[in-house]
Design a protein around this ligand. Sequence first.
Ligand code: AMP
Ligand code: MG
Length: 494
Amino acid sequence: FFLMNKLISNISKIGWRFDNTYARLPEIMLSRIAPLPVKDPKLVIFNHNLSKELGLDFSVVEDNLLPSIFAGSLLPQESECIAQAYAGHQFGYFTMLGDGRAIIIGEHLTKNNKRVDIQFKGSGKTPYSRNADGRAALGPMLREYIISEAMHGLGISTTRSLAVVTTGENVIRETPLPGAILTRVAASHIRVGTFQYVTMQDDIKTLKTLFNYTINRHYPELKDSNNQALSLLKIVMEKQIKLVTDWMRVGFIHGVMNTDNMTVSGETIDYGPCAFMDNYNPETVFSSIDQHGRYAYFNQPGITKWNLARFAETLLPLINNDKDKAIDIASKTINSFGTLYKKCWLEMMRKKLGLLGEDSKDENLIIDLLSWMHQNKADYTNTFCFLMNENIQENKIYNNQGFISWKQQWQERLKLHNNSPEKSLKLMCSVNPMVIARNHKVEEVLKEANNGNLNPFNDFLKVLEKPYEKQTKTNNYQFPAQSSEKKYQTFCGT
Ligand code: AMP
Ligand code: MG
């Protein structure tokens, strides 16, 4: 008994400051359910940097308690466990969903009063599990850990990963695999699909409650706006445009841009079938189930717009009492997507090429380079590194006449607007990563990690923390896959 008390009092010293506002929302929005106990949890990886950022200190508890903490068996006293209800368009088809294998244990306030959800993913069945097991396997959870942290390193808005534990139980996939739980940290888990779910209840009161909650939590600056719902639509659109432009910048393919995987906070969420593109091909798809390329690289902005239109539909009753008027207003906003995205994308691509100011021929210059890369199967990341004079490998491909004449035009353009080699290089270095989480490298370190050797995983993670800087080991991760390794496939629901 004494030990138990001591243990709990020490847990209280970790620094959790819970304030569980989502759990106060109408019952229809959630289910109260705790993580299911697991047989024999073991800590696989823990994110010291993130823990510090959150104002937490796990060194106050004995190391042998950490696995139980991150398996959800030893919960902080103030925790209130919930699974959230939501819906979503999956590959265009509407479905009722919810956290089928994830449980939010509470909202933590950091020292700066930033609010984050602490969620265990893979922690057992919930009322939303449908026919699935509520569990997750080690490989995919480590994959989410490394790719989400890589995205953070790239400066791209994302959910984070605090820890991974194994459960000591197998999960049944095609073969039995070690079960695992990931601790995910997110600004919130409110999705476009959360609004869709509430809209399906046909209950304007609950919709207003969720709406006000979202404004309070994410965009309190909109409270004074005279059409808050329209303002919310516009700001979420802005965030999502910024996000998808960032994905395009680094060649990230999300892979499952269903409306339940799009947050209103603008964070990247759901690292299931995602992957980075190596050779530039706008049609690149990695996901095994994306037969028609709905979520292909070049389709991502269009899908963002489509998802935002679904979001707009949920907000109509709050935009205007007159439905036709509301549709008219919302449509105008959604229709401005193309212009706004193009502006954002052009700005981003100019930076990638180190161009200052604007020139009417910029767009052609950019498209010519992308077409050249596509035709010549040039590596997207390494081509920009080459332009920054980073010679990663023998680059015969860049002796190609097409490339040389493009480069001449680029160099002429570089001279405009008071630019200098120093200025353009600095700009390029700030947006062109030296290293990305290349698929074959991710697979390599995951294979080792699955066999109990975390060293390669940790080495890679360290380089991915600072992808714009050259580090001693950076070069180990810059080579694209051999063509024999090329047929890369990713999966959902792993
Ligand atoms: P996704 O397409 O990966 O975003 O997943 C869609 C839905 O499936 C979400 O509601 C998940 O919670 C649920 N889901 C995925 N895998 C599992 C699983 N192993 N057990 C229960 N639910 C799951
Ligand atoms: Mg999802």
